[in-house]
Design a protein around this ligand. Structure first.
Ligand SMILES: Nc1nc2c(c(=O)[nH]1)N[C@H]1C(S)=C(S)[C@@H](COP(=O)(O)OP(=O)(O)OC[C@H]3O[C@@H](n4cnc5c(=O)[nH]c(N)nc54)[C@H](O)[C@@H]3O)O[C@H]1N2
Ligand SMILES: Nc1nc2c(c(=O)[nH]1)N[C@H]1C(S)=C(S)[C@@H](COP(=O)(O)OP(=O)(O)OC[C@H]3O[C@@H](n4cnc5c(=O)[nH]c(N)nc54)[C@H](O)[C@@H]3O)O[C@H]1N2
Ligand SMILES: [Mo]
Length: 735
């Protein structure tokens, strides 16, 4: 074991985190306030910064000492702990090792390879961290090359949001701004673990809790961060160990049963309103809003009236009384916010869950007024922004005509591949080349065992990264690992020091400027790498001046402003505004003209359960979860402080009664097998049973270790988000 990372100048950097003239946190995408706290960060943001600033280096000498066959036996934690990648590396199949190469040679060979491949057989993946400037150039590069194969991490994450909110409200992103938390008088929380995954949001929640705003949580697990919060910004709370209670109601529903729970809430509201109408009493629904702005109400209301309480109770495992209590509290609120995360999106019927979020809000006019709205909490720090500037496989979501005139080329018009479709193409052999702008694709996707095997048949695999991870260890025939600057680091180009930009979860665009010395002199910025690849691959085009863009990123922003004037006109000027600038959202203004009906649309669910499979004796709903000590596939350590797990990630959270019924005991070691009729064996062994407060029939275990259990075909309808929050599994004896 190596010593712990000893980050360079960590204290000074933490004070620059999420400040207008500093850098934007590399962890989550939660909103950055216009007037930040002196230390505008959280435990996990600090961890992410420290992780990038490590003194450890993963050098050519390291690679000389280890074959990829050996490194594949290492845990994720040990791989990333080698520290920052320092040099461009090419895989040598003869020695089975990475060998240092020159940047120019790397670009030249990758360019040759790309030119030899059919553009439709190459995918350009983006994890959600790269800046707006990099992402814009990357998407343009893919389209000039000839494909719309631009899958991104949101395809595994909030794609259900992008699809579902768009259908219901016309806007594919949340409608809430930070200031709404000051005006709200009710918060509903579905399937989002704020304490681990967006702790800075607790700065908004704590004052709400103190004002007496009810916070109603729906989550199968009792999550400590949703129960109470100790504010790191409050010296008193830190000194005394005191905390603020967060949730006022905590409903532990079964995994995948949120549509049923929300149907119950809507049913109660509608029936109370029916009764009030008959009796001439005060109404419960916002009839004026429903009349003026929505469509589909009558059909949805009929569905809710007909819904059966016993079915709702059986599906959720909540009582009618629990659900009515939530409905009553919601009914009393003048303005309510609904916050949600992966607990809603990562199901077979995840898009339907998002429709239900909108239905519930629309019933009481909770869109487009202060203190109200839909608040999907995004994952990666610029994942929302990447879509804004063109990272999408769907041609209708990119301004192709505009790009055609701006750059004088004919963009591909056919649909590209999203993450699941890219994986299908890799399995079938139709996909021959993969370029990854960050992330750990092979580890984050479902069916990891099958995918790793197929990966080796790729002709070309190129990974742009900061740290070593498993995706880098599965080579294709031609394989490159290209190290880049982290955005905490100083980025100096021909035109001087550079700034990049990102969009947070509330559609606010912020500048980010690194000022730490780069961890290796050989690192290039992501923009220079994308430009290098583009120049080596594409026929020169004077309208896309990759060299000038690399020299001065403000010129990329000018190009973005030209493509998207509605949001980015005067981009470089607006960037000077402290606190960033807001990208417009029509739904927030009650303009729903971008839906199919031109109105906010009630969408009736197809079924009460979002799991997509039937309950059977012995069949469990597996939720794949994050610990408090990881950022996606980056594992910081083996503890989950907020769930009392220490020293291991190989655990299964299980209800004590279930443990007894399966004839097990707390601490027993078991295996899990996926139940799916497709002749593929999916098993995970060596998991320790961990008694936990979770509903019967539901279990939790960690992602990415359990991704071997998630079938590629088990994904959300329409959005194709892998359904990692309800996987049908059985307990098996471990080997
Ligand atoms: N520190 C840290 N921060 C992160 C990340 C990280 O890994 N570490 N990841 C980032 C990314 S990319 C993302 S997308 C976000 C993810 O952040 P979240 O959206 O919070 O995602 P998860 O932790 O996967 O799961 C969320 C919660 O859903 C609950 N849940 C599971 N199934 C269901 C269900 O069927 N219904 C309901 N109501 N709840 C359910 C789980 O118990 C859990 O509390 O966080 C981002 N921020
Ligand atoms: N079963 C299951 N599967 C899931 C999920 C789940 O809840 N359950 N969650 C899904 C979700 S929400 C997401 S978003 C995906 C995450 O999928 P990805 O975004 O692909 O994965 P990450 O783990 O975030 O990627 C980590 C790697 O990114 C690289 N990196 C870090 N910083 C930078 C940078 O600044 N630039 C570049 N170029 N590289 C960098 C490092 O090399 C690091 O090893 O996983 C999904 N998979
Ligand atoms: Mo995510």
């Amino acid at each position: 074991m190596r010593e712990e990372p000893n980050p360079v100048g960590l204290g000074a950097q933490l004070l620059r985190q999420n400040k207008h003239d500093g850098f934007m946190c590399v962890s989550c995408a939660w909103a950055k306030p216009g007037e930040p706290h002196p230390a505008e960060l959280c435990e996990n943001g600090a961890k992410a910064t420290a992780w990038d600033l490590t003194r450890h280096r993963c050098t050519p000498e390291f690679f000389a000492g280890h074959t990829l066959t050996e490194l594949r036996t290492w845990p994720d934690f040990d791989l990333e702990r080698q520290g920052r990648l320092t040099s461009p590396m090419r895989y040598d199949p003869v020695s089975d090792k990475y060998v240092r190469c020159e940047w120019d040679d790397a670009f030249a060979e990758i360019g040759r390879e790309l030119k030899a491949l059919d553009p439709k057989s190459v995918v350009f993946y983006a994890s959600g961290r790269a800046s707006l400037e990099t992402s814009y150039m990357y998407a343009l590069f893919a389209r000039m090359y000839g494909c719309n194969n631009l899958p991104d991490s949101s395809n595994m994450c909030h794609e259900s949001t992008s699809v579902g909110l768009k259908q219901a409200l016309g806007a594919p992103v949340g409608t809430v701004k930070l200031e709404d938390f000051e005006h709200t008088d009710c918060i509903l929380f579905f399937g989002q673990n704020v304490g681990s995954n967006s702790p800075r949001m607790l700065h908004e929640l704590q004052p709400c809790a103190k004002r007496g705003v009810p916070i109603i949580t729906f989550n199968p697990l009792r999550e400590r961060g949703l129960e109470e919060f100790t504010n790191p910004q409050s010296p008193l709370q830190m000194a005394t160990g005191s905390s603020t209670s967060i949730s006022t109601q905590y409903h532990q529903l079964r995994a995948g049963s949120d549509t049923a729970a929300m149907t119950g809430i809507c049913k109660h509201l509608i029936e109370r309103d029916d009764a009030a109408t008959a009796a001439g009493g005060p109404l419960v629904l916002d009839h004026a809003f429903i009349r003026d702005y929505t469509s589909g109400f009558e059909e949805f209301a009929a569905f809710c009236r007909a819904a059966d309480w016993s079915e709702i109770e059986a599906e959720t495992s909540l009582t009618r009384g629990d659900i009515e209590a939530a409905a009553e509290t919601y009914a009393q609120a003048k303005a309510a916010i609904l916050v949600y995360g992966m607990g809603l999106t990562q199901h077979r019927f995840g898009v339907q869950n998002v429709h239900m979020v909108c239905n519930l809000l629309l019933l009481r006019g909770n869109i487009g007024k202060p203190g109200a709205g839909a608040c999907p909490v995004r994952g990666h720090s610029n994942v929302q922004g990447q879509r804004t500037v063109g990272i999408t496989e769907r041609p209708e979501l990119a301004p192709l005509d505009k790009l055609a005139t701006q750059f004088g080329f004919e963009p591909p018009r056919d649909k590209g591949r999203n993450t699941v479709e890219a994986c299908e193409g890799i399995l079938s052999g139709d996909i021959r080349g993969f370029v990854g702008l960050g992330g750990n694709f092979v580890r984050a996707i479902p069916d990891t065992d099958r995918m790793e095997e197929a990966w080796r048949r790729l002709r070309l695999s190129v990974q742009v990264a900061t740290k070593l991870n498993r995706s880098h260890l599965i080579p294709g025939e031609v394989t490159y690992l290209l190290p880049c600057l982290s955005r905490i680091e100083r980025d100096v180009q021909a035109g001087g020091p550079q700034t990049v930009t990102m969009e947070d979860s509330t559609s606010v665009i912020h500048p980010s400027t690194g000022d730490v010395a780069p961890s290796s002199v050989e690192l290039l910025s992501e923009i220079s790498i994308v430009a290098g690849l583009a120049k080596a691959t594409l026929t020169p085009n004077p309208k896309a001046d990759w060299t000038a863009w690399t020299a001065d990123y403000s010129r990329v922003r000018d190009a973005i402003a030209e493509t998207y004037p509605q949001w980015f006109a005067d981009f470089n000027v607006k960037l000077e505004r402290p606190g960033g600038f807001y990208r417009a959202n029509k739904a927030r203004e009650r303009d729903f003209s971008d839906t199919e009906t031109g109105r906010a649309t009630f969408l009736k669910p197809q079924q009460l359960s979002a799991t997509g499979f039937a309950d059977k004796p012995g069949l469990l709903r597996l939720m794949t979860l994050r610990s408090n000590d990881q950022f996606n596939t980056t594992i910081y350590g083996y503890d989950d402080r907020l769930r009392d797990v220490s020293g291991t990630r190989n655990v299964v959270f299980m209800n004590p009664t279930d443990i007894a019924q399966f004839g097990l005991s707390d601490g027993a070691v078991i295996g899990l097998a996926t139940e799916l009729d497709d002749a593929i064996v999916r098993e995970k062994h060596g998991l320790r049973v961990f008694a936990y407060d979770v509903p019967r029939g539901c279990i939790g275990a960690y992602y990415p270790e359990c991704n071997v259990l998630v079938p590629l075909c088990h994904h959300a309808e329409e959005s194709k988000v892998p359904a990692g929050k309800s996987v049908p599994v059985r307990i098996i004896a471990t080997t």
